[in-house]
Ligand binder design. Structure first.
Ligand SMILES: [Zn+2]
Ligand SMILES: [Zn+2]
Ligand SMILES: [Zn+2]
Ligand SMILES: [Zn+2]
Length: 489
């Protein structure tokens, strides 16, 4: 199931539980862990039936068990699951179990793994991790969602009686749901849909908002963990369970919700967020000061300028964040709505503020789609220029929040590269730039492409990042050939 680097050691302590520590220096890019998923399953709310074998859309049902969906390409699925419903203890259960209640899919998978003598042991690290149900019970929508979509359908299906040795109760089923949620990584199916993958070792890695490793997943959902930066002896191996482009308050909220943890990592304790100022406000009292949150004290925002020091009450800041947050949701993909939000709030936040970055990313992706659609009739250079600027704004932040080998930065470089090359080519075709200028711009694009390729070099070929590598390689070839053509003169 899993394969560790010899340069790692398993250590247990009270603060982090079971975790991995580097026992001999590791270079950036070196593989630390290879692991097959314990299970890959759709999200609870997924309505589209997925093939039990390859997890792509499915429209037919396995002929043998008549319970599990399959796709046109797959003729069978896990033998234990199939036999359980075909001739085993589950044969008396209604055949339309999954068609009617597809949301039980992930939990059903875990229950049958626990029933299978050959695989029961692999699940133990997951199911042995203690869960305090009272921390979750009736707290928020999640408990209710599990109750209605998963626990009740399982109880009323007769599965509890068909799996008597597991002594399943409503509480045990809830605990399993929480274990699946809090140990799952987002994985992408071949059809582009998001699924959750549960990795026993991967999920036991402690969280840090500035991870020192990269997680990559291939098409078979195998996980490879490699070092993002050189790791000295004694370093704890970390991963991140949040989006690095979120601000501290957002990340902490998410970690509390999904993992029931309070993060106290170096980024969370740094009010400037590694000098990115992703949560800083523009001071209202002086012309050029930025206010940061006084994390250790009142929680208010205080201007960093030595001559000012004005205070913005935390309540005011949170109210504003809430307002902009809901306006962002209400913008629903409307370019003008995002532009007016940006114009309205530019003066209130630091330019790198996570909310401004979020608005800018939304605008950039609308512009990308618009360029694609208009590519044949007069694309508007002004909009293309805007897209290049927005992509460029994101680069230094992406670079700062994930140091070392970073997929986030590589993807941001790629987005920038495509926007930049499209604009440059058009400018040259319209004779807005001279041949000499064009060559200089292409040389810049070449550097961007090379930097992105270097960051992706440790990704497996058969992965989304592997395909991205190919795409950037093609872009680089085109740049090189134009440089050959025009660069000589
Ligand atoms: Zn299939
Ligand atoms: Zn079957
Ligand atoms: Zn943190
Ligand atoms: Zn000030």
């Amino acid at each position: 199931m899993q394969d560790y680097s010899e340069k790692l050691q398993e250590v247990t302590n009270e603060q982090l539980g079971r975790h991995l520590v580097v026992s001999e220096r590791v270079e950036a890019g070196e593989t630390l862990l290879d692991e097959q998923p314990l299970m890959v399953a759709p999200h609870w709310e997924c309505g589209q039936l997925k093939c039990a074998q390859c997890m792509q859309e499915s429209y037919i049902i396995c002929r043998k068990c008549q319970v599990y969906p399959l796709c046109m390409d797959c003729s069978d699925h896990d033998a234990f699951e199939c036999d359980f419903f075909a001739s085993g203890a589950g044969s008396r259960i209604s055949k339309d179990l999954l068609v009617k209640h597809y949301s039980i899919c992930a939990l059903l998978k875990l229950l049958l793994l626990l029933e299978d003598p050959a695989r029961r042991d692999q699940c133990q690290p997951l199911v042995n991790r203690p869960i305090t149900l009272e921390d979750y019970r009736d707290k928020d929508g999640m408990w209710q969602e599990h109750e209605e979509q998963v626990v009740r359908p399982i109880i009323s299906s007769g599965l509890v009686e068909a799996l008597p040795e597991q002594h399943l109760t409503s509480d045990i089923l809830h605990a399993h749901c929480i274990r699946i949620d809090s140990n799952a990584f987002e994985v992408t199916a071949r059809d582009g849909d998001m699924l959750k993958g549960v990795y026993v070792c991967g999920a036991s890695l402690p969280h840090h908002c500035v991870p020192n490793t990269v997680v990559s997943l291939d098409e078979q959902f195998n996980m490879k963990l490699y070092a993002a930066v050189p790791l000295e002896t004694g370093t704890v191996v970390h991963t991140s369970y949040t989006n690095p482009l979120m601000g501290t308050s957002q990340r902490q909220h998410q970690l509390r919700l999904t993992r029931h943890m309070d993060c106290a990592c170096s980024r969370c304790l740094d009010p400037t967020e590694l000098n990115t100022h992703m949560s800083s406000m523009k001071c209202r009292d002086c012309s050029d000061g930025y206010a940061v949150c006084e994390l250790a004290g009142s929680g208010d925002w205080r201007c960093m300028s030595a001559t000012c020091g004005a205070v913005m009450p935390a309540g005011d800041v949170h109210e504003l964040l809430g307002e902009v947050g809901s306006a962002l949701v209400n913008a629903k993909g409307e370019l003008e709505a995002y532009e007016s939000l940006l114009a309205q709030h530019k003066q209130l936040f630091h330019p790198n503020h996570f909310l401004l970055l979020d608005i800018k990313q939304n605008i950039a992706s609308i512009l990308r789609a618009a360029t694609l659609m208009n590519s044949l009739n007069d694309p508007c250079k002004k909009l293309m220029q805007r897209r290049v600027e927005l992509c460029a704004d994101l680069l230094p932040v992406c670079r700062a929040v994930v140091p070392g080998i970073s997929k986030l930065y590589a993807i941001a470089l790629f987005e920038y590269l495509v926007a930049f090359v499209e604009l440059t080519e058009l400018q040259f075709a319209d004779a807005d730039v001279s041949k000499k200028e064009y060559v200089a711009l292409l040389m810049r694009a070449r550097e961007v492409a090379k930097e992105a390729l270097e960051l992706l070099q440790f990704e497996p070929e058969n992965s989304a990042e592997g395909f991205l590598t190919e795409r950037i390689g093609m872009e680089l070839e085109r740049i090189e050939s134009d440089l050959m053509k025009y660069g000589k003169l």
